[in-house]
Write a protein that binds this ligand. Structure first.
Ligand code: SAH
Ligand code: SF4
Length: 385
């Protein structure tokens, strides 16, 4: 039986080297009339040694390397610019057809995380999100998602690091780009491919209910849900997707997910002053959580130009947190390390679309700024416990 993830297509386009399945590789070796032991060698170079080009696959003969180059696409996304954060993060901006996407490398003592994008822009127009303001340009392919990983990993290798954790919290709604995201996630987690721990790869969604229901059958990655409000009225105001799939349907999907996988779910809750972080909202959140096994990440809002929202003060944040923890709901506050808000979700790319004018983009580096605070916070919380 063929690999259900096989990327073989009947179109003229070449399959990308990073998205190759075992069957694709075996098919290539067989067509090239090479001995079959070459197939696991090639797979090993790409996924275990994390080598992104046949020229570096030194135990293959030159002729075979040439055939590999010819048969598949080995291009990687081009890095337009990057910014180094004072807090050990690096924000990468990639050129892509019809726009730009961003990834963020987050360095910790014992691990290195990457926040990746799944789309250029996003259709879902959440009122607090800069990516949402860009609108939707296009879906990324599985290879473009894996390309962000490949480039970031190659960047950190000289530091003695490798990317060990991935969060889909950059631009875009991963479950709106389902098949490519599933392919990318499975290449990342399955032992015969990159083989990252399944708990270290997290899909974050705004709540596309039918896809959440499908997820357990398609991948075993971790799930984070951007909740941000626990009444339909407020959530629909902040996140228009709630008008399509309301809280009741979302909860049903999460119960199903939890029953099927046994996994704890992370709920992300941005805290917006005078909007969603009073005791009334905390009560609604407790009601929503009832019956679920969750952790709630409280993420103080990153302000950005063009939006009136603000971050609540520390006292309000603490009161909200206390209300949850007193009711046995783990609710860590993920403080931003800095308030360089221009680096929040979608903002670096937004600059390239000439939609904003306050982003400190430097061609080929580097000013110490605190980057992408929300991604850092979110990634921190995804750590396997
Ligand atoms: N579309 C997916 C994943 C990308 S957004 C989702 O919505 O989950 C990743 C996270 O960043 C989400 O939780 C999103 O709500 C959050 N985010 C967006 N704008 C933000 C801001 N200004 N401040 C803090 N978090 C923000
Ligand atoms: Fe899209 Fe997520 Fe931003 Fe909402 S928060 S607009 S779903 S990227």
């Amino acid at each position: 039986m063929g690999d259900p993830l096989s990327t073989t297509t009947t179109t003229e386009e070449k399959i990308h080297g990073l998205a190759l399945s075992s069957d694709d590789i075996k098919g290539f070796v067989s067509n090239a009339c090479e001995p079959m032991y070459r197939a696991p060698q090639i797979q090993d170079w790409i996924f275990k040694k994390r080598i992104n080009h046949p020229d570096q696959m030194t135990n293959l003969g030159k002729a075979l390397r040439e055939k590999l180059k010819e048969a598949f696409d080995w291009s990687l996304p081009a890095v337009d610019s990057s910014i180094e954060g004072a807090d050990g993060s690096t924000k990468l901006l990639f050129h892509s057809k019809r726009g730009f996407v961003e990834s963020v490398i987050l360095r910790y003592k014992n691990r290195t995380s990457l926040c990746v994008s799944s789309q250029v822009g996003c259709k879902l127009a959440c009122s607090f999100c800069q990516t949402g303001k860009l609108g939707f340009m296009r879906h990324l392919t599985a290879a473009e998602i894996l390309g962000q990983f490949a480039i970031a990993d190659a960047m950190v290798r000289p530091e003695g690091r490798s990317i060990s954790h991935i969060v889909f919290m950059g631009m875009g709604e991963p479950l709106d780009n389902f098949e490519p995201v599933i392919t990318a996630v499975n290449r990342l987690t399955q032992p015969e491919y990159y083989g990252l721990s399944r708990k270290n790869v997290t899909i974050s969604t705004s709540g596309i209910v039918p896809r959440i229901l499908e997820l357990p059958a398609r991948t075993n990655a971790a799930l984070a849900v951007s909740l941000h409000a626990a009444t339909d009225e407020l959530r629909s105001e902040l996140m228009p997707i709630n008008r399509k799939w309301n809280l009741a349907s979302l909860k049903e999907a999460l119960l199903h997910y939890q029953k099927t996988t046994g996994d704890k779910i992370t709920l992300e809750y941005i805290m917006i002053k005078d909007k969603n972080c009073g005791i009334r909202e905390a009560k609604a959140l407790i009601k929503f959580i009832h019956g679920l096994r969750v952790k709630v990440n409280l993420i103080p809002f990153n302000a950005h130009p063009g939006l009136d929202y603000q971050r609540p003060d520390d006292e309000e944040i603490r009161a909200f947190q206390k209300y949850l923890t007193e009711r046995s709901v783990p609710a860590p506050v993920r403080y931003s390390k800095g308030l360089d808000v221009s680096a929040a979700c979608g903002q670096l790319a937004a600059k390239q679309f000439d939609m904003l004018d306050q982003v400190p983009v430097r061609k080929s580096l580097i000013t110490p700024v605190n980057l992408n605070a929300f991604s850092q916070s979110a990634a921190e919380t995804m750590r396997a416990e």
